[in-house]
Design a protein around this ligand. Structure first.
Ligand code: 5AD
Ligand code: SF4
Length: 374
């Protein structure tokens, strides 16, 4: 029996698919080469932008024929999209051949539902819980081992669906993380460990006693062995001087800092509920550059946020010019149902969003070219 997993979205999802693979292998399934030869196909979905959701609908829809040929094929859809009740129900009604729909917290029930599926379709959504420490991972990212340190997000940036589909921030116990890292290091198969969370800088604030992210990094670095440790993603509002000092002083910590700015304009940042200003953001960048001269700094930007004027967009361009990032991800704002920004007046046309995203990408390319030359 073979499985095939299709993963959309961020590294959290990539890592969660490693857990899904672990569950399936424990059940006796083997990893298949393609969808066509699979007995079970899992779509681990992303809801961050409309485009990501459309791709899932297209790819799930394309399985209709395969399911007709092979009635025993099991099709599972899970991940962030299914955590939205409306979308989950839409999936079930539009694609009657989908067998199991699970929310982000219920993946632990996959085995149970595979056994039950002969009795009919299975749907189970929101049920907030803790990370299940007992489930195995099948690590698939080569020399890099992902380690989840927290779930969820408390920030409610007004454009973002994540807090709605991933719940509130919940940190893993430090000892559990350290044990996982010790195990990974002992295996000697991985050169790099990447810590994952939507907002790693606020790690440990919900623990008793509290542990700071910088302390967690120091404790990981104290584990003996030859490895590098990286992390993503940082929120500028929580990036402390202490953390910058830790990154600078610990040789095991990778000097890559992904620090999403989203916009270079203070009015838009406020509307986005990002809780920092352009000036504050630039002061952090300056500290990073002063203390970690070889740092590789990257960022995310959203263009065409509701009411964004041409001048406000140009302040994003000028921020990119000022920071001279090593690379950026530029996204066109995509309204997500249920978020505050999706109901704001002054939505920007697709045409303008395209123009702005192209300008931003062209600027970044120009900067990279110049910096590569120098
Ligand atoms: N529209 C466009 N981009 C978004 N992002 C998050 N939500 C949206 C949205 N509604 C971007 C942000 C974030 C990255 C992972 O995705 O830039 O940092
Ligand atoms: Fe979304 Fe903001 Fe949380 Fe990042 S910090 S996951 S953009 S709400």
């Amino acid at each position: 029996m073979k499985y095939f997993i299709v993963t959309y979205g961020c590294q959290m999802n990539v890592h969660e698919s490693e857990k899904i693979a672990g569950i399936l292998e424990k059940m006796g399934y083997e990893c298949g080469e393609s969808r066509e030869e699979a007995d079970i196909i899992v779509f681990n979905t992303c809801a961050i932008r409309e485009g990501a959701e459309d791709r899932v609908f297209g790819n799930v829809g394309a399985l209709k024929k395969q399911k007709k040929r092979n009635k025993d094929l099991i099709i599972v859809v899970c991940g962030c999209m299914t955590q939205k009740e409306k979308t989950a129900k839409y999936l079930l009604t539009t694609f009657p051949f989908v067998d199991i729909v699970l929310g982000t917290f219920n993946i632990t029930k996959l085995e149970e539902y595979i056994h039950k599926v002969k009795n009919g379709r299975q749907l189970e959504l929101w049920a907030e819980g803790n990370i299940d420490e007992t489930l195995p991972y099948k690590r698939t990212s080569g020399e890099n081992a992902w380690v989840n340190i927290m779930q969820g997000c408390n920030n409610f940036c007004t454009y973002c669906i994540v807090p709605y589909v991933r719940g509130r921030e919940k940190s893993r116990q430090e000892e559990a993380i350290l044990n996982e890292v010790r195990k990974i290091v002992a295996e000697k198969k991985y050169k790099k460990i990447t810590l994952l969370g939507q907002n790693v800088n606020s790690y440990g604030k919900d623990l008793e006693p509290q542990v700071s992210f910088s302390q967690l990094l120091k404790d990981i670095c104290a584990i003996e062995g030859d490895f590098e440790v990286g992390f993503m993603t940082s929120h500028p509002k929580d990036l402390t001087d202490d953390l910058i000092d830790t990154i600078a002083s610990q040789p095991k910590i990778e000097k890559n800092i992904h620090l999403p700015a989203q916009s270079g304009d203070n009015r838009i940042l406020k509307l986005m509920n990002r809780k920092y200003t352009r000036e504050h953001y630039l002061s952090i960048i300056k500290k990073i550059k002063d203390k970690i001269p070889n740092a590789r700094i990257t960022s995310d930007f959203i263009v065409g946020f509701p009411t964004e004027t041409e001048e406000e967009f140009e302040r994003t361009l000028s921020l990119v010019n000022e920071v001279r990032y090593d690379s950026i991800f530029a996204f066109m704002y995509s309204p997500r149902e249920g978020t505050v920004a999706s109901t704001m007046e002054g939505q920007i046309s697709d045409k303008v969003k395209h123009e702005r995203v192209n300008k931003l990408i062209a600027l970044e390319k120009k900067i990279q070219k110049e910096d590569n030359k120098s």
